[in-house]
Design a protein around this ligand. Structure first.
Ligand code: AMP
Ligand code: TRP
Length: 328
């Protein structure tokens, strides 16, 4: 069975973008692949987090992994800091990554361009830790949204470099992103990604939003004044984004939805999308409440960490031996 690995960094509540771009695929893939899904808590602190909030968000993220349908019997689910090898290999791989490569990372460049103050060294070297997260487990595929593809490409470069310098050690993984829904946009600004770090709450739907409130956000989404429903991503990005959301949730495509709604009003389309979102959230939230009530999280994480550590420890051992870090 081929192996797949991915993670989410819960620096806030998980969003509909996380669900459509990532989580929902983890669930789809868990039957056909050996799925490893972790919570990237070390990645969260590249930007300061309130300790209490962070801790709550981590617990919610695990509960949401399960509520969205990840099954601990099939997938390995764990917290990054429970497997100590991540941080160690992250440091090691930073020694095989060039400053120029990190400087080219779009996510980092965007932050620098925004003139954000006090950017940390952790934020700069974060792709090295992400490479370690991946390479410890030799996955064949890494399912991610579009924004993370560049980091997976860098991971490949680091793996190839290490393999060539020593001997084949790491499997070179492929990024995997879906045709529909790899980049869900903000509801208030369809040129920007829907993200938990958004300034306005209206642009982003959280998986724990009250479904009625989520529907309101969809009804208030920015569209255009053409007055005609078409699947035109370039000229009608707001409308296209709404169709992409519904298409991802209902297993359709924006083109098919545009055909169904041709000649109808934007309001009608928005109601359809809002209903799809509300129904999805209701299902997820009902399971989320059950999971919290049944106190299953600690056990899931314990078992996941045990399984993951077996793989990670073996790989790190191989790496340290090849480099010559051990005294023999
Ligand atoms: P993050 O929340 O940044 O840790 O992202 C976790 C996963 O969700 C990554 O695979 C992202 O690419 C994906 N993701 C985050 N936001 C979106 C979005 N707006 N649309 C699609 N995928 C997303
Ligand atoms: N960097 C990813 C994000 O912000 C989260 C992440 C960390 C990840 N390590 C990973 C995703 C390894 C895939 C594989 O979205």
């Amino acid at each position: 069975m081929k192996r797949m690995l991915s993670g989410i960094k819960p620096t806030g509540q998980l969003t509909l973008g996380n669900y459509i771009g990532a989580l929902h695929h983890f669930v789809e893939y868990q039957d056909d692949y050996e799925m490893i899904a972790f919570i990237a808590n070390l990645h969260c602190i590249t930007v300061y987090q309130d300790p209490k909030e962070l801790s709550t968000n981590l617990r919610d993220a695990v509960a949401l992994y399960l509520a969205c349908g990840l099954d601990p019997e099939k997938a390995t689910i764990f917290l990054q800091t429970d497997v100590k090898q991540h941080a160690e290999l992250g440091y090691i791989l930073a020694c095989y990554t060039y400053l120029g490569e990190l400087n080219r990372m779009t996510q980092f460049k965007d932050k620098t361009a925004k003139n954000e103050q006090n950017l940390t060294a952790g934020l700069f070297t974060y792709p090295c830790l992400m490479a370690a997260d991946i390479l410890l487990y030799d996955p064949d595929y890494v399912p991610v949204g579009d924004d993370q593809k560049q980091h997976v490409e860098l991971t490949r470069d680091i793996a190839i470099r290490f393999n060539n310098k020593y001997s084949p050690t790491f499997k070179v993984p492929e990024p995997l992103s879906a045709k529909v829904g790899a980049r869900i946009m903000s509801l208030t600004d369809p040129t920007r990604k829907m993200s938990k770090s958004e300034h306005s709450d209206k642009g982003c739907i959280y998986l724990l939003d009250d479904p009625a409130k989520a529907k309101k956000k969809i009804m208030g989404a920015v569209t255009d004044s053409f007055g005609e429903i078409k699947a035109d991503k370039v000229n009608q990005p707001g409308l296209y984004n709404l169709m992409e959301i519904a298409a991802s949730l209902n297993g359709s495509t924006p083109e098919k939805i545009a055909e169904e709604f041709a000649g109808k009003g934007y309001g009608e389309l928005k109601r359809y999308v809002g209903d799809a979102v509300a129904t999805t959230l209701e299902g997820i939230q009902a399971r989320y409440r059950d999971i919290l009530a049944n106190n299953v999280i600690d056990e899931v994480l314990k078992q996941g960490a045990e399984k993951a550590t077996l793989i990670a420890a073996k790989k790190l051992d191989e790496v340290t031996k090849k480099i010559g870090l051990e005294i023999r």
